[in-house]
Design a protein around this ligand. Structure first.
Ligand code: AP5
Ligand code: MG
Length: 216
């Protein structure tokens, strides 16, 4: 069973790489951002709260996020392993994750930090879009569909952009990363499971670097 964490600021490529690892290793991507966006779309009470928090670029409360993940890892599709994308994001979440895994006799294999320079992130995020039908991710410049306007994966011609991908919200998300998430890097470094990848390389090269680290 392989359990990985992808860590990095907004736009670092966590979702892009998690989807590739999902295919390469047969383990499931657990994106807390995607889970919250699904809650927003469903109109639930959690979704109402998540919408306000996400639009402001702040973080959801630790107890709510920890509960979401602890319920999610009980699903049968996690039996082979999973890639956490967007969780943990605070020291409290990192400790809760350790306790959760420990209780199941499991442990994290690797925490992969995607290292990027902040200036590149606004361009990445402002060019991002996804298929409205299957969720496949694209970028206007860096990862356009092979046929313009048609999803490579499912053939849909409908695309969507995220509500929190505005310049102002991205600044707040970057600040949240710097202040609340980056401080958990030393926590994993001390445990000897943190590995760094050059997230500024092109998408295929980043995948190659991650696979090399995991296979090596
Ligand atoms: P979340 O959805 O996790 O957003 P994020 O962390 O801000 O990260 P992004 O999804 O924006 O970036 P990414 O690293 O996945 O990049 P991507 O692969 O898309 O969280 C959203 C919100 O939910 C948070 O702000 C918070 O409010 C809340 N939340 C979620 N989890 C939480 C938690 N645990 N606790 C509390 N609150 C939580 O790539 C970006 C673009 O760049 C794409 O278009 C892609 O094609 C392109 N790209 C990717 N890699 C490369 C490359 N190497 N070169 C060139 N282009 C690239
Ligand atoms: Mg993402």
């Amino acid at each position: 069973m392989r359990i990985l964490v992808l860590l990095g600021p907004p736009g670092a490529g966590k979702g892009t790489q998690a989807k590739r690892l999902e295919k390469a290793y047969g383990i499931v991507q657990l994106s807390t951002g995607d889970m919250l966006r699904a809650a927003v779309a469903s109109g639930s009470a959690l979704g109402q709260q998540a919408k306000d928090v996400m639009d402001a670029g702040r973080l959801m409360p630790d107890d709510i996020m920890t509960k979401i993940i602890s319920d999610r890892v009980e699903q049968p599709d996690c039996a082979n392993g999973f890639i956490l994308d967007g969780f943990p994001r605070t020291r409290a979440q990192a400790e809760a994750l350790d306790a959760l895994l420990d209780g199941k006799g499991l442990a994290l294999d690797k925490v992969i930090e995607l290292k990027v320079v902040e200036q590149a992130l606004v361009e990445r995020i402002s060019g991002r879009f996804a298929c409205a039908n299957c969720g496949a991710g694209y970028h206007d410049t860096f990862q356009p569909p092979k046929t313009p306007g048609v999803c490579d994966v499912c053939g849909s011609t409908e695309f969507k952009r995220r509500a929190d991908d505005t310049a102002e919200t991205v600044r707040a998300r970057l600040a949240a990363y710097r202040e609340q998430t980056a401080p958990i890097l030393p926590y994993y470094r001390d445990k000897g499971i943190l590995v760094e990848v050059d997230g500024m390389a092109d998408i295929d090269e980043v995948t190659r670097q991650i696979e090399q680290l995991l296979n090596g």
